[in-house]
Design a protein around this ligand. Structure first.
Ligand code: ARG
Length: 566
C-alpha cells in the first residue's frame, strides 16, 4: 500500500537540504480537517534557519510540487504547506490492499522474534470474581490480541492470587466450621462466608490470628494437610472463574499465580542479601526506598513468611529467565501504582536492566449507577451475573426485532458479551467510568451492538449483491465524498493499531471502528448500493466488503465477535 505520509516526506526531502528524513517525518502533521489537506508541513523551522518569513517559504515550497501522481494538489496556507492526496489513488490503494490481505489487513511483523508477556485478570481465589475485575480482564485480552496481530510472540498469564496469609485464615476457618458439601454447592459465596466469619471472630479472639499464621506457615512448609485443602480451594475457585472466561472467550497460556513462586523466593531473598539491599526493620526484612521517596518494600515478615511484593519480584525474575521477554506487561488497577513502582525499583536496584521492560498498565475504577462497588460492604456484583444479564437482555431485544433469526442463542451471546466488552474498551483506560445498562445494550449510538449491526448490514449487502472478491473493479466509479471518507478511515486503520499498541490503549481501535460504522451508515442511507449498473454495483460492494473486513478485524482485536446476521 502506498504510504502517503512517506511520499510527503520524500517530496520534501528533495527540496530541503539541511533537515534529515527523520526530522522531516517528525514535522509532518495531520491537519484538523480534510479541507486543509491530508498532511501539512509547518515551515517555522525552515524560517528560523533561512531567516525568511514562514509564509513566504511555504508559498515557495508549495510552488515546487506540481504534477505529482500521489497528490492532487499541494498548496500553501499561511506558514503551512498542505498536501491533498489524490483521491483515486487512495481509494485504489486501500481497497486493493484490503481485498488482497483480507483478515490480515493491518497486521505487521514489527514484533517478529520478540516475546511480550501480558499479565491480566489475576483474581484472588476464594473471593468473588466481580464486576470490578472486568477491566483488567478485557483490556488485557485485547492487548494480547493487538501484540499478536503485530507479530509479537505473546504469552498471557493469569497471576492468580492463590497464596498469602488469607489462605491461613481459610484453612483455619474450614477446619473449624467448614462443610465440604455446602462449599462445593456454592464455592465462592460459602468460602467468602467462612472468611468473613473468621475475620469477625478474630477481632474478638486474637488467638485465631496466630492460628491463621500457623496454617500459612504450614502451607509454606508443605504440610500435606494444608496443601490438600489449599489445592481444593484453588480448584473449585478456578472452576468458577473459568465459567466467566468461557463466556468472554478468553484463554490463558499460563495460570502460574502467586503460589507458583513459593519455592522461587528463597533465592530472591538470598540475592537481596548478597547485594546488600536488605535491612532489618522491627524484625522484618525490607528494602529501603527512602532515596526514591517511596515507603520501604516489605520482603519478609518477622515470622519468616513472604509477601505480595516478594512474589512479584520472584515472578519477574522467573519470567525473564523463562521467556526472555521484550516487554512484561501488567494490566492492574491504578490503586496498585505504588506497589508496582516499588517492586520494579527493587528489581532495578538488583542490577537488572530489564526492570524498565516491566510495564504497569493501570486503569481507573468501574462503578455501578447506584454507588461504588465494595466487596467489604458485601455489595458484590458478580461478573458472571452481569454477563448473563447482558445475554438475556439481548435475547429479548432479538426476540422482539428479529424473532425468526437462526441461531438466536449464540447471537445473543455474541452481541450481549460484545456490548459489555465494547463499553469497557470505549474510554481511555485511566478514566473511571460508570457502568450503564441502557447505554451498553443500545443498538444506537457509540455501542458494540451498533458496530456489530453495521457489520451484519454490510454482510447482508454482500450476500444480496452476490459480491465476488475476484471480480475486477473500476475504482474510478467511487468518487463521492462519503466513499472517500470511508476509504480514509480504512486507510488509517493500520496506523491506529500501531498507536494502540504503542500506548497500550485498545480504545483507539474502539473509537476508530465506531467512526467507520458511522460513516458507512451515512453512506448506506444516502446511496443505493445494489443498483442496476453492474460496474457501479461491483465498485460499491468492494467498498462494503473492505468496510466489513476492517470492522471485523477491529472487533476481533477487542475480543468481540462479529456475527453476519443479527
Ligand atoms: N490478585 C491481585 C488483586 O486481585 C492482582 C494481581 C496483580 N498482579 C501482580 N503481578 N501483582 O488485587
Amino acid at each position: 500500500m502506498i504510504d502517503f505520509r512517506d511520499e510527503v516526506v520524500y517530496l520534501l526531502k528533495d527540496q530541503i537540504e539541511f533537515l534529515s528524513e527523520d526530522e522531516i517525518k517528525l514535522l509532518v502533521e495531520v491537519p484538523p480537517s480534510y479541507d486543509m489537506g491530508d498532511y501539512a508541513f509547518p515551515t517555522f523551522r525552515l524560517a528560523k534557519e533561512q531567516k525568511k518569513s514562514p509564509n513566504i517559504i511555504a508559498e515557495e515550497l508549495a510552488g515546487r510540487f506540481s504534477g505529482n501522481d500521489n497528490f492532487e494538489k499541494v498548496e500553501s496556507a499561511g506558514p503551512y504547506v498542505n498536501f491533498f492526496i489524490n483521491k483515486q489513488k487512495l481509494i485504489e490503494t486501500v481497497l486493493n490492499e484490503i481485498i488482497n490481505k483480507n483478515n490480515e489487513y493491518g497486521s505487521s511483523n514489527i514484533g517478529m522474534g520478540k516475546t511480550v508477556i501480558v499479565e491480566f485478570s489475576s483474581p484472588n481465589i476464594a473471593k468473588p470474581f466481580h464486576i470490578g475485575h472486568i477491566r483488567t480482564t478485557v483490556i488485557g485480552n485485547s492487548l494480547k490480541k493487538i501484540y499478536k496481530f503485530l507479530g509479537y510472540n505473546t504469552i498471557s498469564i493469569n497471576h492468580l492470587g492463590d497464596y498469602g496469609t488469607q489462605f491461613g485464615m481459610l484453612i483455619s476457618a474450614y477446619k473449624k466450621w467448614g462443610d465440604k458439601e455446602i462449599i462445593e454447592s456454592n464455592p465462592i459465596q460459602e468460602l467468602l462466608k467462612l472468611y468473613v466469619r473468621f475475620n469477625t471472630e478474630a477481632d474478638e479472639n486474637p488467638a485465631l490470628k496466630d492460628e491463621a499464621r500457623y496454617w500459612f506457615k504450614e502451607l509454606e512448609n508443605k504440610n500435606p494437610e494444608a496443601i490438600e485443602l489449599w489445592q481444593w480451594i484453588r480448584d473449585i475457585s478456578l472452576k468458577e472463574f473459568n465459567r466467566v472466561y468461557n463466556l468472554l472467550n478468553i484463554e490463558f497460556d499460563s495460570f502460574a499465580g502467586e503460589s507458583f513462586y513459593s519455592d522461587k523466593m528463597p533465592r530472591v531473598i538470598k540475592e537481596l542479601e548478597e547485594k546488600e539491599l536488605m535491612q532489618e526493620s522491627n524484625g522484618a526484612q525490607i528494602v529501603d526506598l527512602e532515596p526514591y521517596s517511596m515507603p520501604p518494600a516489605l520482603i519478609q515478615k518477622s515470622d519468616g513468611s513472604t509477601l505480595y511484593t516478594t512474589r512479584d519480584i520472584a515472578a519477574a525474575i522467573y519470567r525473564k529467565e523463562q521467556y526472555n521477554f521484550y516487554k512484561n506487561i501488567y494490566v492492574v488497577a491504578s490503586q496498585q501504582n505504588l506497589h508496582f513502582k516499588s517492586w520494579i525499583k527493587v528489581v532495578e536496584l538488583m542490577g537488572y536492566d530489564w526492570a524498565e521492560d516491566c510495564i504497569h498498565v493501570p486503569f481507573g475504577m468501574v462503578s455501578l449507577e447506584d454507588g461504588t462497588l465494595s466487596t467489604r460492604k458485601g455489595r458484590v456484583v458478580f461478573l458472571e451475573d452481569v454477563l448473563k444479564k447482558a445475554i438475556e437482555s439481548t435475547k429479548e431485544i432479538i426476540d422482539e426485532r428479529h424473532p425468526d433469526l437462526e441461531n438466536k442463542e449464540e447471537i445473543a451471546k455474541q452481541v450481549g458479551i460484545g456490548a459489555v466488552i465494547f463499553q469497557e474498551l470505549f474510554n481511555q483506560r485511566i478514566k473511571d467510568y460508570v457502568f450503564n445498562w441502557d447505554r451498553t445494550l443500545s443498538f444506537e449510538g457509540e455501542t458494540g451492538p451498533y458496530v456489530q449491526y453495521t457489520h451484519a448490514r454490510a454482510s447482508s449487502l454482500l450476500e444480496k449483491g452476490e459480491f465476488d472478491m475476484n471480480d475486477k473493479v473500476q475504482y474510478s466509479l467511487l468518487d463521492n465524498e462519503e466513499e472517500i471518507n470511508i476509504c480514509r478511515l480504512l486507510y488509517n486503520f493500520p496506523g491506529v493499531i500501531l498507536d494502540s499498541c504503542a500506548k497500550n490503549e485498545p480504545y483507539f481501535i474502539t473509537r476508530h471502528i465506531v467512526e467507520i460504522a458511522k460513516e458507512f451508515n451515512k453512506y448506506y442511507n444516502s446511496t443505493s448500493i445494489i443498483v442496476e449498473d453492474e460496474e457501479i454495483k461491483k465498485a460499491r460492494l468492494s467498498l462494503v466488503y473492505a468496510t466489513k473486513i476492517v470492522i471485523k478485524t477491529g472487533l476481533a482485536l477487542l475480543g468481540i465477535e462479529a456475527p453476519n446476521k443479527m
